[in-house]
Design a binder for this molecule. Structure first.
Ligand code: ATP
Ligand code: MG
Length: 588
């Protein structure tokens, strides 16, 4: 195939688009791969579509290789299956809902657990039909609260989702492992650096769950890994080891003290050290218990205040909290909310006001570090007063624990006695063991060996296909533009006719035809009246890994071949160009 720049539906831009913040978004728009339609909704221009198809091909090949079978569900789905699973309401405002002319509710599929489960139920009835693995590559719709970064978080995006169906847990383990192995091969081929981390099972329930995160500063996820053992987890999934309970013999009774002008933890700690010094060591922020109140919004719209007690040297991490309270969402507790709850004294909220036993009855969940016997300074529910020597288990109790405090690099590993390091990443794939959640909700049962009905055990596996296009760019670019890995590139070679002489154009075309005959795809920059400088710039921006320049050297029977990745150039005799390009393509 030969793509002529003179007619290719493409305009490259010199300027970054105004709304773009991350490199992949800027470059994909500037190089003419995608075009924004509305927030989080993009058009795939010809070159972009070619890259998307390449990602799809890699995903397809590896899914087919593990015996998964491709099918395609509609994106337009009726409401009923989602009522049956409970997700019509759980999704809240995150899905696109619409009605047909008769007023029947529909949605645009955000993911397809229900459809896969119901279709298997429709067609299969015996253990002899299992195991089964099926997948689709589908456009998904989610009304994301914050679409951002171009393809990285869209409202319309392409996902590969697959599901495994087994008769028992052992079967699920095998299916899960096969998928995990396929994902390793997919992401190795896609050519960006990634890590595999433990993940939250999230709204879908289930047990074992891992994410494939592309390591990237622009990522929305943070992960940690142990400096010694193999532990690695999305911070959302980190379990803080709860300290063993300690006795409180000899701990004085709790006492409220004046702490005027101590609106922050720092001012409070200074005040304590000045007026109520400890004998063993100075007070530190970690000795204070900070009680943060947020507003949960449940899928049915009900609003519930929630108080979270964390050591004062840590913030509540929005993403960790969000993952814990899903499908509810979290909003700030604002002045109006405080007005409704006069028992909450802003800046001085203490356990006495909280919990189902407390004066406000607001649900109160504690960080695992607030274990029985630990001793705290915390708000006294009166302006300008704190309580000292308040002992967990003796003086107060929460309504449970919650993993919502920030995880810090340097924190102890939950698995061994070393510390955690971490970085940011982009979630590219997610494998998890759904177990029986959907099969139970939708009554997917088959006859087992003994002729008894048994619930099918499922796994669910996703790859962000359109997100991968952006992710590949995040891992492969320089100041001049994109540098595609060979398998993803929209073409094998980009041929530039650099000059005015017609002979250059016909030579470039001839090279393209010869390469096409060898099965390669070529872009030929055959634009008349465009300077060589502009053509070189465009070739670097577009990012095909091999560039052939047909220029001045042609008079001596020479053309230039340039490696976009290393920048290396060399002259090659015109007769040898096809061989030389083929060698490049095969080498990488
Ligand atoms: P995230 O935490 O990033 O919102 P998710 O956990 O909701 O993702 P899944 O439901 O696990 O996503 O979807 C499977 C895959 O689809 C994800 O691993 C990700 O690569 C991709 N994906 C999810 N949401 C989007 C989106 N809004 N835009 C592009 N790709 C997405
Ligand atoms: Mg996920």
């Amino acid at each position: 195939m030969v793509l002529h720049m003179s007619s290719l539906f493409l305009r490259t831009l010199r300027e970054d688009p105004a709304d773009a913040e991350v490199p992949s978004h800027k470059l994909l728009v500037r190089a003419g791969y995608i075009r924004r339609v509305s927030p989080g909704v993009y058009t795939w221009l010809p070159l972009g579509l070619r890259v998307l198809r390449n990602v799809e091909r890699i995903v397809r090949e590896e899914m087919d290789a593990i015996g998964s079978q491709e099918l395609l569900f509609p994106a337009l789905l009726p409401r009923e299956p989602f009522d049956a699973s409970g997700r019509w309401s759980e999704y809240g405002p995150n899905i696109f809902r619409l009605q047909d002319r008769k007023g029947a509710d529909h949605l645009l599929g955000p993911t397809h657990e229900e459809m896969f489960t119901l279709t298997v139920k429709d067609l299969y009835s015996s253990y002899k039909d299992l195991p089964l693995s099926i997948y689709q590559i589908q456009t998904k719709y989610r009304d994301e609260a914050r679409p951002r970064a171009g393809l990285l978080r869209g409202r319309e995006f392409v996902m590969k989702d697959s599901y495994s169906f087994d008769i028992d847990e052992a079967g699920l383990d095998k299916s899960y492992q096969a998928h995990r192995d396929a994902y390793v091969r997919i992401f190795d081929r896609l050519g960006f650096h990634y890590v595999i981390v433990e993940a939250m099972a999230g709204a879908m329930g289930g047990s074992k769950s891992e994410e494939f995160l592309a390591t990237a500063e622009v990522g929305e996820d943070t992960y940690v890994h142990c400096t010694s053992c193999g532990y690695a987890a999305n911070v959302e999934a980190v379990r803080v080891p709860a300290p063993d309970p300690v006795g409180w013999e000899g701990v004085p009774a709790a006492h409220a003290e004046d702490t005027p002008d101590t609106p922050t933890i720092e001012t409070l700690v200074n005040h304590l050290n000045e007026h109520y010094p400890r004998d063993d060591r100075p007070w530190a922020a970690g000795d204070t218990l900070k009680n943060v109140v947020v507003m949960l919004v449940h899928p049915d719209g009900t609003r519930e205040p929630l108080a979270i007690g964390v050591p004062g040297d840590r913030e509540v991490d929005e993403k960790r909290l969000g993952a814990q309270v899903e499908p509810a969402t979290v909003e700030a507790f604002d002045e109006k909310d405080f007005a409704v709850h006069p028992g909450l004294v802003k800046g001085y909220i203490g356990p006495g006001a909280l919990g189902l036993e407390g004066t406000t009855g607001i649900r109160f969940l504690l960080d695992p570090r607030v274990a029985a016997g630990t001793r705290w300074v915390t708000g006294a529910n009166e302006p300008g007063k704190h309580v000292i020597d308040l002992v967990a288990g003796r003086d107060f109790e929460g309504d449970g624990t919650i993993e919502a405090a920030e995880v810090r690099f340097g924190d102890p590993c939950p698995n061994c006695d070393h510390v955690l390091e971490g970085a940011r990443g982009i979630e590219m794939g997610h494998v998890f063991q759904l177990g029986k959640k959907y099969a139970e909700a939708l009554d997917l049962r088959v006859l087992d060996q003994n002729g008894k009905l048994t619930t099918v055990v499922m796994g669910s596996y996703g790859v962000g296909v359109s997100r991968a296009v952006a992710c590949v760019v995040e891992g492969n670019y320089d100041d001049a533009g994109i540098i595609w890995p060979r398998e993803l590139s929209p073409a094998d070679v980009h041929i530039v006719a650099a000059g005015k002489d017609e002979a250059l154009f016909s030579a470039a075309d001839e090279i393209a035809r010869d390469l096409e005959a060898q099965g390669l795809t070529c872009i030929v920059d055959d634009r008349r009246g465009v300077s060589p400088g502009v053509k070189f710039k465009d070739s670097e921006l577009i990012g095909v890994p091999t560039i052939v320049v047909v220029g001045r050297g042609l008079a001596d029977g020479k053309v230039e071949i340039k490696d976009r990745r290393s920048g290396e150039r060399r002259e090659v005799a015109l007769e040898g160009i096809v061989e030389a390009v083929l060698a490049e393509v095969r080498a990488s």
